[in-house]
Ligand binder design. Structure first.
Ligand SMILES: Nc1ncnc2c1ncn2[C@@H]1O[C@H](COP(=O)(O)OP(=O)(O)OP(=O)(O)O)[C@@H](O)[C@H]1O
Ligand SMILES: [Zn+2]
Length: 811
């Protein structure tokens, strides 16, 4: 008997091993087994198939069985198959993306003793004991070391047991594992424990209306909530922390820190949700109709129309029926308010899966999901969890480009995989956005999806007023500023005077994207990539935004020796910097990749903005995503032209989405918000549609353009990228491959050509693009052809080192 095993490698789909007599009858698909790969390398692989067909080579035996029960469900294996097939990658690459590293073990995996380990952990087997003893002496060991220590070939089952019992840990996740999050809460002080004492507290505060209100609210709120957070109490009564402190001084209250798990709300009771508005009721009824017809729904609701409340209603229902829900979000939106809102109403029934979790937390969620009782909110990686009773899949902000994984394989689109997953489970699916992607809009138009629209903002607030400021505008002295028009500055001042907040959007981080010599026009470029280095003022460094290369800015021009290097272009850092000159009093913070790298940095920033410790938030596209703040009165788009100039067939769509989304952050409650878009080309049709909020007009024109120029979704698209460290080899390979492909594809093939960044991380790049009609048979034909040609290239003399990256739906 033989087993085809998936290994975390990108060579072949599976690797065949023989099943030793002792394991026959024990093995199942989806189980992990330990196998030897090369001479010295062991892996935990996953059984994909068991069969009796001997391969044409001598097989190695399976060394040990790691799992008693399969780790992967049959559905997951099918999903993996589909991903590998559709996106043209290996199952091993899917495995690498889909399994928490805790569950992948390989010879080089390093383990250490867990910090909670004490000698009291008994019931260690003899082998386990040996490992633990070695670890107390040596701090860390690789699985290979352990094989030597135990003097046996197979150590994975031993390690698995130790991992499961948290005696040992894979090393990578040692950082901040036990840092529990805590929240400040309020409770009665020791002298106010009885009802009589509590009644007397009212006398103590009778002179202060505010404190009386706080006390009253506390008593009532505490009836429904096991814990009362300080911030909640302040919010509900309008009291300040100072008011509460005064009451602590009187001994009535005391503050305490309550630890909360980062994974769940720790059994906190779910709160009641607000009743649905008429618009939400109607949307819900329509969604149910589409569900009954077995169709996914596209929920197109303007910004702040209250789409989340609609999802929550459906999620509650599914969860109450004992089923699972998967709520997908773009990664960046995950830190914030939406999580709080979901947990507020769904309590510990929903867990948050995101990239900032450590591996142990991931495994914890994996196991919880496997029981079929836990629902999940997460980014695209949550699609790989072992759902068993999935009933509803929500894809929020479905238009968001970050659903696509660009690198490495599998280069999948989370939204599209979500649709497959939903279908696989017979779950209903909802895609939501204020600016639906053209693909989804087209699916709705063709009747494949049901369409539900919400045109009003919740609470009847008007959509913000959008005005265009000409970038060339000068002030009263005739002076022109490169990125602050007088219109924007005036509006900023007025906003702050009203006590409101502002958001400024510029899609470029750093201080200035170009550092050049005005004398000879030399531009400092990355040594690894064909891009100019971005100047970061705060660190006084030049950085490559493609590969991370860092350099000190040269004082003299490296080409001509002139000492007057200059900066050009505008990044978020520069905007933040210059704001200090125009608005010295304003409290400004920046939100981009550079300021949000730390584990909790982003959450902290958003909290500060929420409670009003900041006046202006300057940021990249991060600030456009799903933020819901009460007091944002103004949104400024620093340069619309920059968004529209992007060299991509989706540039217009992206620009429309970004501007509409960021505009939607303004005036979400109460006063109507204001949006200022700075542009040279203010009459660009995309800007006109953003200003009038005319999605229909925009999308119909966009659909027409794409149809006319044969772009997705009216054509399928596959991009091939060849990479090699020698330019000539990359070019030769590209020419060869293109010749073979063109033979069958004719003018469906474009290229080869150099992409706009022609060298990346020391590799020279050559691109080609295949566009073809969307029939499924075509897809199969093209992919088979591509694979054949790539195989042929690999066998061509001198070309074996050329890497070919296949990207299906590369957008
Ligand atoms: N039924 C309701 N009762 C009370 N408040 C509501 C209700 N529905 C929505 N809201 C409030 O309206 C605001 C906007 O809702 P929400 O954030 O869900 O909008 P959205 O459609 O997701 O917007 P965006 O696409 O801009 O993210 C939120 O502050 C939310 O709390
Ligand atoms: Zn670089």
């Amino acid at each position: 008997m033989y087993a085809d095993v998936i290994l975390p490698l990108s060579l072949a789909q599976t690797y065949t091993y023989s099943v030793p007599e002792e394991y026959v009858g024990q093995l199942q698909e989806g189980q992990r087994v330990e196998v030897q790969f090369s001479k010295n390398k062991h892996y935990a692989g996953i059984i994909r198939r068991l069969h009796g067909k001997a391969p044409g080579f001598k097989t190695k035996p399976i060394l040990s069985v790691i799992d008693v029960e399969p780790l992967l469900t049959a559905r997951q294996l099918k999903l993996w198959d589909w991903l590998a097939e559709y996106y043209g990658c290996t199952l091993g690459e899917v495995m690498t993306a889909g399994l928490p590293s805790h569950l992948k073990m390989a010879s080089e995996t390093i383990i250490t003793l867990g910090p909670l380990f004490s000698d009291e952990v008994t019931e260690l087997s003899e082998d386990e004991y040996l490992v633990v003893e070695a670890l107390t002496l040596q701090a860390e060991l690789s699985l290979k070391d352990i094989r030597d220590i135990l003097q046996r070939k197979t150590v994975y089952p031993v390690i698995r047991n130790l991992l499961d019992r948290h005696v040992v840990f894979p090393k990578e996740e040692f950082t901040d594992r036990y840092k529990a999050l805590s929240v400040k809460c309020v409770r009665f002080g020791p002298d106010f424990q009885t009802e009589a004492q509590q009644a007397s507290a009212f006398d103590l505060v009778s002179r202060s209306e505010r404190q009386t209100a706080v006390l009253l609210e506390y008593v009532q709120y505490h009836r429904t909530q096991p814990y009362v957070r300080r911030t909640d109490l302040c919010k509900r009564t309008g009291a300040s922390t100072g008011d509460l402190r005064a009451m602590v001084k009187k001994g009535i209250f005391e503050f305490y820190d309550r630890e909360v798990s980062r994974l769940s709300t720790d059994g906190e009771a779910a709160a009641d949700v607000k009743p649905l508005s008429a618009q939400q009721e109607r949307a819900l009824a329509e969604i149910r109709q589409h569900q009954a017809d077995g169709k996914p729904t596209l929920l197109h609701g303007v910004t702040s129309s209250g789409k989340t409340r609609v999802y929550v209603e459906l999620m509650q229902e599914a969860i109450a029926a004992g089923k699972q829900v998967l709520y997908l979000l773009p990664e960046i939106a995950l830190t914030g308010q939406i999580i709080k809102r979901l947990q507020h109403v769904l309590g510990d029934k929903i867990m948050v899966y995101h990239s900032r979790l450590n591996d142990m937390e991931r495994v914890e969620i994996w196991k919880a999901v496997q029981t079929g009782k836990t629902s999940v909110v997460g980014p695209r990686s949550a699609l790989f969890l072992p759902f068993t009773t999935l009933d509803l899949v929500v894809v929020d902000e479905e238009h968001d480009p970050s659903y696509k994984q660009h690198d490495p394989n599998p280069r999948y689109n989370g939204r599209d995989v979500a649709m497959y997953l939903a279908q696989q489970h017979g779950a209903s699916a909802i895609l939501g956005s204020a600016t639906p992607s053209l693909e989804s809009w087209e699916n709705a138009r063709s009747g494949k999806y049901g369409l539900v629209t919400m045109t009003e903002r919740h609470g009847g607030t008007a959509l913000p007023e959008i005005v265009i400021a000409n970038s060339r505008e000068t002030n009263e002295k005739g002076i022109h500023h490169p990125f602050f028009t007088p219109t924007l500055l005036t509006a900023l001042r007025e906003t702050l005077e009203r006590g409101e907040q502002a958001i400024l959007f510029q899609n470029r981080r750093g201080f200035a994207p170009v550092y050049f010599c005005p004398t000879c026009e030399y531009t400092v470029e990355c040594v690894n990539c064909d891009v100019s280095l971005t100047y970061h003022k705060y660190q006084h460094r030049l950085r490559c935004h493609c590969c991370g290369y860092v350099a000190t800015p040269p004082e003299l021009c490296p080409a001509c020796g002139e000492p007057q290097m200059k900066l050009s272009g505008t990044g978020t850092e520069k905007i933040e910097d210059e704001l200090k000159i125009f608005l010295p009093e304003a409290r400004v913070a920046r939100m981009d990749l550079d300021t949000t790298r730390g584990k909790n940095a982003l959450g902290k920033l958003l909290d500060q903005f929420e409670v009003g410790e900041l006046d202006i938030l300057v940021g990249t596209q991060m600030v456009t995503k799903g933020l819901d703040f009460e007091r944002v009165g103004l949104v400024g788009v620093i340069s619309a032209d920059q968004l529209l100039r992007f060299p991509d067939f989706r540039a217009d769509e992206r620009a429309f989405q970004l501007m509409t989304q960021v505009a939607g952050r303004a005036g979400r409650r109460g006063r109507r918000g204001q949006v200022i878009i700075q542009a040279h080309e203010g009459s660009h049709p995309v800007i006109t549609d953003v200003v009038s909020g005319d999605y229909a007009n925009f999308i119909e024109r966009e659909a027409g353009n794409r149809q006319q120029h044969a772009f997705p979704p009216y054509r399928r698209m596959i991009r091939l990228q060849l990479r090699h460290t020698k330019r000539a080899t990359a070019e030769d390979a590209a020419r060869l491959l293109a010749k073979w492909l063109a033979h069958s594809l004719g003018d469906q093939l474009e290229g080869p050509f150099e992409p706009s960044v022609a060298r990346l991380r020391t590799y020279y790049l050559q691109d080609m693009v295949v566009r073809f009609p969307p029939a499924a048979t075509q897809m199969k034909r093209v992919k088979t052809l591509i694979q054949r040609c790539i195989d042929k290239l690999a066998q061509t003399k001198g070309m074996s080192g050329v890497r070919v990256v296949v990207d299906v739906d590369p957008y």
